[in-house]
Design a protein around this ligand. Structure first.
Ligand SMILES: Cc1ncc(COP(=O)(O)O)c(C=O)c1O
Length: 400
């Protein structure tokens, strides 16, 4: 049989499918027809194995309550062992309908109103939203950007903020969205040891773990035995296999007391059984999705390379942060010296692009834009051409 869905060059029309990326521009204040490269899903068709498993389920015709059985855990366990050298146990696993939901549950389970929660901006914006929506405080250990455009952790500030703000919960994002950083073992352990010392719980969002371009993704909880006692690891097949709409995440919590608290919070939120389609898709993905994933990774890597060359050649005013992981590319527009409004106008109205504006990732994201390159080369080229044209016109207008 073999994998059938490997033509990533095919431009699939996603309009009129209730698609967040393509069908909501006007409702979200953007012009009709804008080219979207914002939200982090892919414009590619999923693995044919997943598609066929879903067709089979659809044909069965009964969609009652569903729950995972041992097969699901076994394929998941084997995926974690093969890809990350991480041996997970069945009792550690809690399924949630998404990682953001899990983050919100962690906030509620492990902190009180008014408590400080540590994040490292610029970072995936729901991190700050779940903190503020639950009336907790953001404590930001801002990532440092060096003169070569690379991001680093300010460890001194990390510990100082934990102590001074009485932080008990840290949201780690690794691989990091939007900067594309993949933290090294040394960096993770330096943070981990500080968290151990001050009894800070680490909720490690590793949703992008299957997209690492340099070296290997390190599961935080797997780096030291003691980290198992202070960690909640958030994983999901959603980004990896482009099934975010099916809402399935695998949260691993080795420590019994932490797991109980988390589980209790989920029960209090009224959530129990999984989405039946998510379960079928997730199992097929972990079992048979490997060939598709290898191919999609290659395609995305080429897209990243293409973007880098395009920017070097045609858009030298923009600085691209080289992603070590993720299919998100973080672009620095600060050389243009535009105000936030002018930059938005350039991207949205002049270039006709819907990207994620850097400012939503925190103050340190101002002047940046995040572009999702998990799309056919043709779409990416069109987007970069639109940007190039808009920037040329912008330059001509400022000269006049
Ligand atoms: C770091 C990170 N965490 C979580 C999510 C979303 O997770 P979910 O859809 O499972 O809530 C994303 C999606 O872009 C992400 O980049």
């Amino acid at each position: 049989m073999g994998e059938k869905n490997l033509n990533f060059d095919e431009v699939i029309n996603r309009r009129h499918t209730n698609c967040l990326k393509y069908d909501f521009a006007v409702r979200r204040g953007k012009p009709e027809g804008i080219l979207p490269l914002w939200v982090a899903d892919m414009d590619f068709r999923i693995s044919s194995y997943i598609q066929e498993a879903l067709i089979k389920q659809a044909e069965h015709g009964v969609y009652g309550y569903s729950e995972v059985q041992d097969e699901y855990f076994q394929v998941l366990k084997s995926w974690m062992a093969r890809n990350f050298d991480w041996r997970v146990e069945r009792r550690w696993l809690i399924k949630t309908p998404g990682i953001v939901f899990a983050l919100a549950m962690a906030v509620k389970a492990f902190t009180q109103k008014g408590d400080g929660i540590l994040i490292q901006q610029p970072v995936y914006y729901p991190f700050s939203e779940v903190v503020e929506d639950n009336e907790r405080r953001i404590v930001d250990n801002t990532l440092i950007l060096d003169e070569n455009g690379a991001y680093h952790i300010d460890f001194e500030d990390f510990e100082k903020k934990i102590v001074e703000e009485g932080v008990k919960l840290f949201f780690l994002c690794n691989p990091q969205n939007p900067t594309g950083r993949v933290f090294t073992k040394e960096e993770l352990m330096r943070m981990g040891d500080i968290c151990l010392k001050h009894q800070v719980l680490v909720v490690s969002d590793e949703i992008h773990a299957d997209f690492v371009w340099k070296g290997r993704h390190q599961v935080f909880a797997n780096l030291k035995e003691e980290y198992k006692k202070i960690s909640v690891t958030c994983t999901s097949p959603s980004k990896t296999f482009n099934i975010a709409g099916l809402q399935l995440s695998n949260i691993f919590i080795p420590d019994t007391a932490i797991r109980r608290k988390f589980r209790k919070q989920i029960a209090a939120a009224g959530y129990s059984q999984l989405n039946a389609a998510g379960l079928v898709a997730g199992e097929a993905a972990y079992l048979y999705g490997g060939e598709w994933l290898t191919a999609v990774r290659r395609y995305i890597k080429d897209n990243i390379r293409f973007t880098r060359h395009y920017i070097e050649q045609y858009l030298p005013e923009i600085r691209m942060t080289e992603p070590e992981g993720t299919y998100l590319v973080w672009l620095d527009f600060r050389n243009l010296q535009l105000t936030d409004e002018e930059l938005e106008d350039l991207i949205i109205h002049k270039a006709g692009l819907w990207l994620d504006s850097g400012a939503i990732f925190g103050k340190s994201g101002q002047g940046f834009q995040r572009i999702n390159v998990a799309c056919p080369r043709q779409t990416l080229t069109k987007a970069l051409d639109q940007l190039r044209r808009a920037m040329r016109e912008n330059k001509n207008n400022t000269r006049k």
